[in-house]
Ligand binder design. Structure first.
Ligand code: PLP
Length: 393
């Protein structure tokens, strides 16, 4: 048979999408599966955003845009970054893409040469590791625990730096742990980045979804020198419930932004024209438009954490952001259920509940539950998990 590239061999199907597919197949058979797998808000996209995209279509706004996105959108993003994040970018430092996932991809492509190392703090969104490898880079992983609120120590961070380190990824609030990094940790990362000349890749996609008064500062706002070494990534998906619109962006020093824009010239061109018009509307919406969704997530977080904590033996660190909870289920592992993978399969077949195994994120011994689902399903689903785990003791 004819061969594919070795690059293609690096690619495997996304495990989260795999669980969702299996759960959907069970649902199609009429089985009542409760899904905690989803990485997307369950709210509709706010009406004014939808209206703006429809208007754009009706007005014939259906042709190519500049690769980095229309100026009006990049201006709206620049205004947002200044207003909400204290980051002063010009519109030509902003490149909009087909989702923040695409922005992360562009970032790795323009920063990394073969063998360059990128520091990841585990548990981490697995896409980072795959995209680093696709760019020829090497992920270097720091492991954190729920007992430490998934926050790395300065010594851990320092020990991960080598002469080959090119960048460090900061994802706060985090997928999958929901952890928010304290300002002190961001300062430590900034210190190392400045000392060793590292890029900081700050994925702030869950920034607006924070609870209990937590704040997730932008690492680029810690000082002008840090700002010069930071690529700030964000997008519409999670804040505005716009996952399918595929609008994300990277804001970066001009040479980085130019390189990304050149890359997009040859790979995708600009993101979908009328989706960009919807995104402009999103960035001009008043705060209240997202506050309702945030508040609902916060009360679901409290609900699911409270319920999970009633299950004997599992440890449930309280997430401060995003819409995931990442309990330690290692007390239930052993014998026929040796790994979190086995446990997730057991929960799907025995409890009819879909969760994502923690090992997907290098968070072995944990499972990830998304609470972007109804309170009723949270109650029914956690009751089923409790019952199925109870049978194991
Ligand atoms: N970054 C993190 C940490 C995520 O969890 C996700 C989505 O799951 C994304 C980025 C990508 O978001 P999108 O490509 O929809 O903008």
């Amino acid at each position: 048979t004819l061969s594919l590239s070795s690059r293609a061999g690096l690619l495997k199907p996304s495990p989260t999408l795999g669980i969702t597919a299996k759960a959907n197949a069970m649902k199609a058979e009429g089985i009542d599966v409760i899904g905690f797998g989803a990485g997307e808000p369950d709210f509709p996209t706010p009406e004014p955003i939808v209206r703006a995209a429809i208007d754009a279509l009706e007005k014939g706004f259906t042709k190519y845009t500049p690769s980095a996105g229309i100026k009006e959108l990049r201006e709206a993003i620049a205004a947002k970054l200044l207003r909400e994040n204290g980051l002063s970018y010009t519109p030509d430092q902003i490149v909009t893409s087909c989702g923040a996932k695409h922005s992360v991809y562009n970032t790795m492509q323009v920063l990394l040469d073969a063998g360059d190392e990128v520091i990841l703090i585990a548990p981490y969104w697995m896409t980072y590791a795959d995209q680093i490898r696709l760019a020829g880079g090497v992920p270097v992983v720091i492991h954190t625990t729920g007992d430490a609120n998934f926050v790395p120590t300065y010594d851990q961070l320092k020990a991960a730096v080598t002469p080959r380190t090119k960048a460090i990824v900061v994802n706060s609030p985090s997928n999958p742990s929901g952890a928010v990094l304290p300002r002190q940790t961001l300062k430590e990362i900034a210190t190392l980045a400045l000392r060793h000349g590292l890029w900081i890749v700050a994925d702030e996609i869950y920034e607006r979804l924070v609870y209990g008064g937590a704040t997730a500062p932008s690492i680029g706002s810690l000082g002008n020198d840090v700002f010069e070494q930071t690529i700030t990534i964000n997008g519409c998906s999670k804040t505005y419930s716009m996952t399918g619109w595929r609008i994300g962006y990277a804001a970066a020093p001009l040479p980085v932004a130019k390189a990304m824009s050149n890359l997009q010239d040859q790979v995708t061109s600009g993101p979908t024209t009328f989706a960009q018009k919807g995104a402009i509307e999103a960035y001009n919406l008043p705060n209240e438009a997202v506050e309702g969704m945030r508040a609902e997530f916060e009360s679901r977080r409290d609900l699911i954490v409270g319920l999970l904590r009633q299950i004997p033996g599992i440890k449930v660190p309280e997430p401060q952001g995003a819409f995931y909870v990442f309990p330690d289920v290692s007390a239930y592992l052993g014998n026929d259920l040796a790994t979190d993978d086995d446990l997730a399969s057991y929960l799907l077949t025995e409890a009819k509940v879909a969760v994502v195994p923690g090992s997907v994120f290098e968070g072995n011994g944990h499972i990830r539950l998304s609470y972007a689902t109804s309170r009723k399903d949270i109650e029914r689903g956690v009751a089923r998990i409790a019952e199925a785990l109870g049978r194991r003791t």
